[in-house]
Design a protein around this ligand. Structure first.
Ligand code: ADP
Ligand code: MG
Length: 244
C-alpha cells in the first residue's frame, strides 16, 4: 500500500511528439496526498497533453507515469484509464444529461446499493446540493453543474484528482466561491490534486505548489509566493504581472 513518503503521482521525463514536434519535451512532477499542485502556463504550452497522458487517454513518446508506486505508463506498460484511480474534472466534461444528479454521482461507484446511496448523499451534502439529488443537469446552473461534476469525480475516492481549467467556463462572480468551496472539499477528501490552469491568479489561490510550464517544459517549481516574488526570468515575471 501507499507509504507515508510514497508520492501519489510521479511523472518522470515525459515527452510527447506530434508530427515531429515535441509539445511536451521534459516534464517531471511529484504529487503528495492532500496537496494541490498547480500546473500553470500559457495556452499551448502542453498542459492538457501532460494531463491526458497521466489520465491514460493519450500516450507519451518517452517517460513514465507512476500512481501509488505502480507504473501505469512507461516502456511496454499501459494501464487503462479506468484502472488508474483517478478523478477527472474538465471545463467541458459534461454531466450525463439523461441521468439525474444522484445517478451522475453514483456512476463510477461500486459496492452495495446502501453504500452507494450513502456516498452520493455525503458528496452532494459537501457540495451544498443535498436537495438536488433527483434533479436533472439541465435544471442546474453552470456553477451547480460543476459542483456535481466535482462530487462525481470524488465519489470513488480517487488517489489523484486531475482538473483541467475546471472553472474557466464560469462567471467571474461565481468563480471565487466555487474555487474556495472546491478547495476545502478536495483537502477533506485528501486526494493529490493536479490543477491545470493558464491563470496565475487561480494557481496562486488554490495551489500549495506551482509548476510553471512553458513550451513543453517545467521552468520553475515552488510555493506560489516564492514563484510570484522571485520569478525565474523576465518572461515568468511578465506572466505573473497581471495578478493583483
Ligand atoms: P495547453 O493545454 O497548455 O493549452 P495543449 O497540451 O492542449 O496545451 O497543446 C499543446 C500543443 O500541442 C498545441 O500546440 C497543440 O496544438 C498541440 N496538440 C495537442 N494535441 C494535439 C494532437 N492530438 N495532434 C497534434 N497537435 C496537438
Ligand atoms: Mg489546455
Amino acid at each position: 500500500m501507499t507509504g507515508q513518503n510514497t508520492a501519489r503521482l510521479e511523472v518522470r521525463g515525459l515527452k510527447r511528439n506530434f508530427g515531429g514536434l515535441d509539445v511536451v519535451s521534459d516534464v517531471s512532477l511529484s504529487l503528495q496526498a492532500g496537496q494541490v499542485t498547480g500546473l500553470l502556463g500559457p495556452s499551448g504550452c502542453g498542459k492538457s497533453t501532460t494531463l491526458r497522458i497521466i489520465a491514460g487517454v493519450d500516450q507519451q513518446t518517452e517517460g513514465e507515469v507512476w500512481i501509488d508506486g505502480q507504473m501505469v505508463a512507461g516502456p511496454g506498460v499501459f494501464v487503462p484509464p479506468e484502472k488508474r484511480h483517478i478523478g477527472l474534472m474538465f471545463q467541458d466534461f459534461a454531466l450525463f444529461p439523461h441521468l439525474s444528479v444522484g445517478e451522475n454521482v453514483a456512476f463510477g461507484l461500486t459496492g452495495t446499493r446502501t453504500e452507494k446511496r450513502q456516498r452520493v448523499h455525503t458528496l452532494l451534502e459537501k457540495v451544498g446540493l443535498g436537495s438536488f439529488i433527483d434533479k436533472y443537469p439541465h435544471e442546474l446552473s453552470g456553477g451547480e453543474q460543476q459542483r456535481v461534476a466535482l462530487a462525481r469525480a470524488l465519489a470513488p475516492k480517487p488517489s489523484i484528482m486531475l482538473m483541467d481549467e475546471p472553472f474557466s467556463g464560469l462567471d467571474n462572480r461565481l468563480r471565487d466561491g466555487i474555487r474556495d468551496e472546491a478547495l476545502s472539499i478536495l483537502k477533506e477528501e485528501g486526494a493529490a490534486v493536479l490543477l491545470v490552469t493558464h491563470e496565475p491568479e487561480e494557481a496562486m489561490r488554490m495551489a500549495d505548489e506551482i509548476a510553471l510550464m512553458r513550451a513543453g517544459q517545467i521552468v520553475q517549481r515552488g510555493a506560489p509566493y516564492n514563484i510570484y516574488n522571485a520569478p525565474v526570468d523576465l518572461q515568468a515575471a511578465a506572466f505573473f504581472s497581471d495578478v493583483n
